[in-house]
Design a protein around this ligand. Structure first.
Ligand SMILES: Cc1cc2nc3c(=O)[nH]c(=O)nc-3n(C[C@H](O)[C@H](O)[C@H](O)COP(=O)(O)OP(=O)(O)OC[C@H]3O[C@@H](n4cnc5c(N)ncnc54)[C@H](O)[C@@H]3O)c2cc1C
Length: 376
């Protein structure tokens, strides 16, 4: 076994997952090298992820990052679903008892900056403008060519290489990991609007248009995000205040894919490099941070060979769940829409179903981290 404090770990990618991994290693005395091709964290007003779940707060508790996040995040009290203006179901998350609110909102750019501050306090600084360009050698002895923006470069031979380099992962492709799955035909549209005063940010709202869906998610006290499957969704938004300023507009497609193994030899994958799915359910970043925390713990214990076996069931479970929620949100056959609009209101009477939904919104449906003593 490689001595833990002396082993050289190279992390490709300084998104939320790479940063969380570096932080969890560094707080245990294992200082990794972390490189990213960008010049720093993602711009806060172009943040993809907003929802930080209770599982992430639990996992980031020991590093102190959870309290930083909680100090800035907006706790969500629930989710309101309606169909053509008629209320269908309110899922109340305010009663959730756990390591924090079931779901809080903080733009990904802010989360990345808070992780980065904690990492810097442990004297680890990501090397920005530095790209993993190619990987030679073998999975047991990877040789990684790094290229900087000024065209300088070097070849490094880390004891372990972790690809936390996102959905288009160079590490995954260069090391030959298969990434099977499928893509949805639908395009999704997104627009963030800032208002001239605080608005109601207690709930996330989903309105079904049968067919078509428009979700409204709080971003900041005076900023709301609208996500839709309908190209003309901005005409359908009912702004809570007359002065609305568009701060970001984007569109994206959704794929459901995950690797068949999360490690080969001494090469590991975490986050979007290993699994991608729909943002419905707010699980992607949270699941990736969970990968990072498990991998750091296993490395510190000399048990990294168990990583793939321990993580894949959680990954499969979250993909199954997000696929189901996405199918429910994007269905378009009249018979299915009518059935959905009849079944959802019944859930209000099924306490166990609501509890299970809140537990999954909180991310507490994955295995408890054994290094933290928690009630299951
Ligand atoms: C609209 C939308 C909303 C979402 N909302 C949520 C949400 O509410 N909650 C949630 O949990 N998830 C959400 N997600 C998913 C979330 O954004 C991703 O799961 C998360 O960003 C993955 O983090 P990551 O660190 O794995 O990858 P990324 O954030 O993509 O970071 C990858 C990093 O790798 C670097 N990189 C890439 N290639 C290289 C290379 N060759 N060499 C060096 N560096 C490299 C990049 O510069 C970057 O630093 C959402 C996604 C979308 C599209």
């Amino acid at each position: 076994m490689v001595s833990r404090a002396d082993c050289s770990i190279l992390i490709a990618g300084a998104g939320p997952v790479g940063l969380a991994l570096a932080l969890e290693l560094a707080r245990r005395g294992i200082k990794p090298r972390i490189v990213a091709e960008t010049d720093g964290p993602v711009a806060e007003n172009e943040s993809r992820a907003l929802g930080v779940n209770a599982r992430t707060l639990m996992l980031l508790g020991p590093s102190g990052a959870a309290s930083d996040i909680s100090a800035q995040a907006l706790p969500i009290e629930g989710l309101k679903l309606s169909s053509l203006g008629a209320p269908l179901l309110t899922v109340n998350t305010a009663g959730f008892r756990g390591p924090g609110p079931a779901l809080s909102i903080l733009p990904q750019g802010a989360t990345e900056r808070l992780l980065l501050e904690r990492l810097r306090a442990l004297e680890v600084e990501p090397e920005w403008h530095t790209r993993v360009n190619r990987i030679d050698g073998t999975p047991d002895a990877p040789e990684v060519t790094l290229v900087r923006n000024d065209d300088s470069g070097e070849t490094v031979r880390p004891t372990m290489l972790v690809g936390a380099d996102g959905a288009h992962s160079t590490v995954r492709k260069a090391c030959g990991f298969a990434f099977p799955g499928d893509a949805l035909d639908n395009e999704f549209f997104l627009a963030d609007y800032a208002y001239d005063a605080p608005v109601d940010v207690r709930h996330a709202r989903v309105e079904f248009f049968n067919p078509g869906v428009l979700a409204c998610i709080p971003v900041r006290a005076n900023v709301l995000r609208y996500i839709s499957t309908m190209g003309d969704f901005e005409d359908r938004i009912v702004h809570p205040r007359p002065n609305a300023e568009l701060t970001w507009r984007s569109k994206f497609t959704v794929s459901f894919r995950h690797v068949e193994t999360m490690s080969v030899g001494r090469v590991f994958l975490a986050g979007d490099a290993a699994h991608i799915h729909s943002p419905i359910g707010a699980r992607g970043m949270n699941l990736g941070i969970e990968d990072a925390c498990w991998l750091a713990w296993l490395i510190s214990e000399g048990r990294e060979a168990e990583y793939s076996k321990l993580r894949l069931p959680a990954v499969r479970g979250v993909l199954r769940q997000t696929r189901m929620l996405t199918a429910m949100a994007t269905m378009d056959r009249p018979a299915s829409l009518a059935l959905r609009d009849r079944i959802l209101p019944l859930m209000a009477h099924l306490r166990f179903a609501e509890r299970a939904l809140v537990r999954s919104i909180a991310g507490m449906d994955t295995p408890n981290p054994p290094w933290l003593s928690v009630a299951s």
